[in-house]
Design a protein around this ligand. Sequence first.
Ligand SMILES: [Zn+2]
Length: 463
Amino acid sequence: MDPFKMMDVAYCRTSVRRDYKVSIEMQKEVIQQHVTHDISKWFIDDGLSGSTINRPDFARLIEWVTSSTQSRTLYVTRYDRLSRNVSNALDFLELCQTHHVEVVSVLEPIPSSLGDKQAAQLLFVQILFSLAEFTRSVTIENINQGLAQKKLEKKVLSAKVPFGYRYQEGKIVPHPSEARVVRQIFSLYTSTSMGYQKIAQQLQKEGKTFRGKPFKKHHVAAILRHSVYTGRIGHNSKNLTPYLSHDVIPIIQPDIFQQAIEKRSRRLPKKRDTREYSLRKKISCPYCDRKLSPKMQSDSIYHHTYHYYACGHEDCVGYRLDASKIEKEVLTSIKTYLTETDNLTTLLDELKKQLSQVAKQKEATVSDLMKQKSCIFDQYEQGTLSKKEMVQQLDILTKQLNDVTSITLTEEQLEERVTQLLHLSDNTIQDVIWSYIDHIQVTPDKQLKEVLLYGIRIQSDVV
Ligand SMILES: [Zn+2]
């Protein structure tokens, strides 16, 4: 049968970490218990980490998803089989939604009360991942790292390969005429007294462009900082690491790059803005509709620093918002929305129901396995099993028992987590919320107008 004509498929994965391992056989069994028909193809990655992209059957699954826009169904036991990383899981789900593939996690049905199924699924998955992280007692630092990872990965999805290079068949290769411009920039900066602005003007005069637009000083500044030009993966090219499985051909000699760093450190006594701007590039300017950027201003007399989201585009009248104030307002509006519509309380009820289902299932499986165990002993006593066979079979059973008992989540833990969700008090949850915001509209008189979370619109009357 042509695998791309198949309507219903399933994906199973076991991890490398034995403590959370749920065997492929058990996953298959759980899925088969929940579907009434046959699964036409099983995609299976055995013993492969959910964080790695190099999972052969997952790659085939993506191929299957993108091969058609016919409606089809993909079954998994849990969403975390798709990825250990919430952002990868969400990206994959969005891909599935685009291609009309309904993803069904048989142990985690989406509460029907959550409304629009596609948007609800994305929210639900975020919450499930957040709960899972919690039950694994992963520290907040780890989760923050995960979110930072997400930001990096998002960047990879949308980021362009640095100016001077092209992405070709899995490699980053120099683009001859752009590479010449990069060399010119480094040369002008290190061997003349020209600053970013002067260099940009010089390039403009020569008719050289940055991705089709006139060179601006921030382009020049960014190029001079990018260590990728020396063929090195530095802190500012981390977002490229997935591409950089191969070496990058250098455009700039390391000593020239070092000279640029030294010149910059002499020229720039400015204070760096280390504030985390959670709404970066999410608020639209009410005048020109461009996205507001973080801006810091220091008051040298009172030694006070102000943080804004601002539009300073040359053809805009200009606009700025106090950063902390708008962040607080956005959070409040989301909190109000979530509590007023009872979305999360409904979720809590649903999760509790699921929890007891899982517990029951677990109990049944454990008692079944115990029965099998005593059966093995009986057979050994009766002489139908050799000692070696008995040991082997007991070994398998013990592994299965470990699989089952590793799925744990107490009701108290659940309740506590959801309460945190409801109050959005925890930093981790706030980070989840920030990452969930699609865009924000504000009025010229600095009022919050609308917050759009992946398909869920919160209108101003809630605020
Ligand atoms: Zn503007």
